[in-house]
Write a protein that binds this ligand. Structure first.
Ligand SMILES: [Fe+2]
Length: 411
């Protein structure tokens, strides 16, 4: 019999949205849930998503007598200004519920509005660098997150990522006070997600699951979410990517990414996310693509420190089977990830979504990227904690193998 040794030594708090409404047609229930919480909704979305799905959400709110004010200027990486502008609408119209429509960007903007509504002040002051973890002291208003990607898992998490254009950096807010009250997970809303973003957001979710699972902060409850998330993503991401209208695969991905969010928000992310933020900023690539480029190399680097867990990852990804011993299976986790990334043609997206600098230019910024990665705190959660020199080496390996136009993964 095995025991959860973490829980026998310390206390943990598991957070989760209070209600998760899953399945085709779930979006029809937005109005019902909103009416439980208030009378005037601020609907937060990007313009693109609002154009596609706005009417159905407005209709269900209207049917329940909810007045709705719409804010659709959310940017793909939401900014301080987005949150301030949306909060102005909230105040001006006396709103009492936040409804977000979209993926992580809309949800994070909605969480930001809630922080200001419940706490006052400036959003920048709630960043973990200034206020620490659990840095939002007061409860936030009810938040209903209608998800359209699979995904960031932000509808299940206590984190908010905000871009600060004044310093060209991003900052993180972490508090259980921002976890949404209702997550609406309707696979029909993800059918319109383009193939590229199905790949990016899907690998982001896989990265959340793997990192939460191998993290030094992992324990039994989030591990259960992580394993189930990996299973769903491994079997359904290639199907959803190849055939975006396959509702079974889209539904499986929605649940998988939700569980991946529940895993990392109750455990943590680790080295991949630590490296991905600086790399993404340098190459101007989507977050999920940055994760996809890094994940196999970090798995290779880390497998020796958590062999049982990486063996499970390899088996779930079909790169090893039960007959392989633990070390052999663990060493194959990176192969399983690489194969999945190849199936989704991930490095091929670099040409359309990134600006890869020349090698010398890249080497010039490695020192800065390394420092940023360490400062994020995420590398310290990795089962094999890297030195600064090892982070530099990983960045060089990733460039030569995956980023360079004649790199092995791209040729
Ligand atoms: Fe992520």
């Amino acid at each position: 019999m095995s025991h959860d040794t973490v829980l026998s030594r310390e206390t943990r708090t598991v957070v989760s949205p209070s209600n998760v409404v899953v399945g085709a047609g779930a979006v029809e229930e937005v109005g019902d849930y909103a009416s439980l919480y208030g009378t005037t909704a601020l609907l937060v979305a990007t313009e693109r998503i609002f154009d596609v799905h706005g009417d159905v959400v407005l209709e269900t709110l209207d049917e329940q007598g909810i007045e709705t004010v719409v804010y659709t200027d959310v940017r793909p990486d939401p900014t301080v200004e987005n949150i301030e502008e949306a909060y102005e609408s909230w105040e001006e119209h006396d709103c009492d519920i936040v409804v977000t429509l979209g993926g992580g960007s809309s949800i994070d903007t909605g969480k930001g509005v809630g922080i200001l509504a419940g706490n006052g002040g400036e959003i920048r002051d709630f960043g973990v660098d200034k206020a620490g973890y659990e840095g939002v002291p007061n409860p936030t208003p009810p938040l209903l997150a209608v998800n359209t990607t699979a995904g960031t898992g932000s509808e299940a998490t206590r984190s908010v990522v905000v871009s600060d254009e004044s310093t060209a950096t991003k900052f993180l807010i972490v508090s259980k006070n921002v976890v949404p009250d209702v997550a609406i997970e309707d696979p029909e809303l993800t059918v319109s997600l383009p193939r590229s973003h199905t790949a990016f957001t899907g690998i982001d979710a896989l990265t959340h699951a793997i990192e939460a699972y191998v993290s030094v902060n992992s324990y039994g409850i989030p591990d259960g979410f992580a394993v189930e998330a990996m299973r769903r993503i491994a079997r359904s991401l290639p199907v959803a990517w190849a055939d975006g209208e396959n509702l079974d695969a889209r539904a499986d991905m929605l649940v998988g990414q939700l569980q991946a969010g529940q895993a990392f928000t109750n455990s943590s992310v680790a080295l991949v996310h630590g490296l991905a933020r600086p790399l993404g900023a340098q190459l101007h690539i989507p977050h999920g693509l940055a994760n996809a480029l890094i994940l196999p190399y970090v798995a290779d680097f880390s497998a020796m420190a958590a062999p049982e867990k990486y063996a499970t990852v390899a088996r779930i990804l079909g790169a090893a089977d039960e007959d392989d011993d633990t070390r052999t299976a663990a060493d194959r986790a990176a192969d399983g990830i690489l194969r999945l990334c190849d199936d989704l043609d991930l490095t091929g997206y670099l040409d359309d979504f990134g600006e890869v600098p020349a090698r010398e230019e890249y080497l010039d910024v490695i020192e800065e990227m390394t420092q940023d990665a360490i400062d994020s705190g995420s590398p310290a959660n990795n089962p094999r904690k890297p030195t600064a020199e090892e982070i530099r080496e990983l960045y060089v390996e990733i460039y030569d193998d995956a980023l360079a136009p004649d790199g092995r993964r791209r040729s």
